[in-house]
Design a binder for this molecule. Sequence first.
Ligand code: HEC
Ligand code: HEC
Length: 207
Amino acid sequence: MKKILISALLIAAASAAPAYAAGDAVAGKALYGTCGACHGANAEGNQAMNAPKLAGQGEWYLFRQLSNFKVGVRGTNANDTFGKTMAPMAMMLADDTAIANVAAYITSLPVSQPAATVQGDVSAGKMAYATCSACHGADGKGNQAMNAPILAGQSDFYLVTQLKNFKSGARGAHAKDSYGMQMASMAKMLADDAAINNVVAYINTLK
Ligand code: HEC
Ligand code: HEC
């Protein structure tokens, strides 16, 4: 509890985003009904809907992204095609409590390994990942203290889209998106689409 409180205070101090506090998974289950249509019943992700896996992701991170979508910090850029489909869904969540509850439900779901769909040069990707590991961890398990989400075991097609979006400014360019901005400057280090595929192909090897 103390740990959660301290992280909530740190997040509140670092940005205008609402402070995260753990939600109620039972109450969140009812809210998840609509989400399953795109993200899958177990939040395993669905590439046909461009919807990423959410199961296994940090609850604090799900909370932040849902808040960002709800207030327009994410999913409002004209070139953010998929983010724009998600933003109205987050707006259906009434308040921070509803967001925390649905995030808690998602984190209670079983976690499975998605099929790899991205091809790339794993050894080149491994070298590029050395920089990423400072925040996302050598194992890709994320690091809340660095505000960096879990990458290992998440939908690879989605990781590629996000790296392209961060690079182009479709994500992470909003004036209030302080964490997205940090990541955007990192994505710019990946020279081209091949470099993006390489690093994601390496992330696919982190189980
Ligand atoms: C119409 C389809 C659709 C529905 C319904 C939907 N989503 Fe999404 N969601 C998406 C898409 C597409 C993305 C990826 C956006 C992108 O590529 O930037 C996404 C992204 C997200 C993300 C960001 C994940 C990350 O790693 O940053 C979260 C969290 C999320 N959705 C949660 C939810 C929740 C909770 C609900 C139900 C309240 C929901 N979604 C309903 C399509 C949907
Ligand atoms: C300085 C710390 C830092 C470094 C280094 C870094 N990231 Fe990030 N990354 C972040 C933060 C913070 C976020 C969360 C942004 C947000 O809240 O919207 C993020 C988000 C992401 C996302 C979006 C995940 C999702 O679920 O939406 C991807 C993909 C990603 N990073 C990949 C990488 C890769 C690949 C590298 C190395 C080339 C890298 N990151 C290097 C801090 C970092």
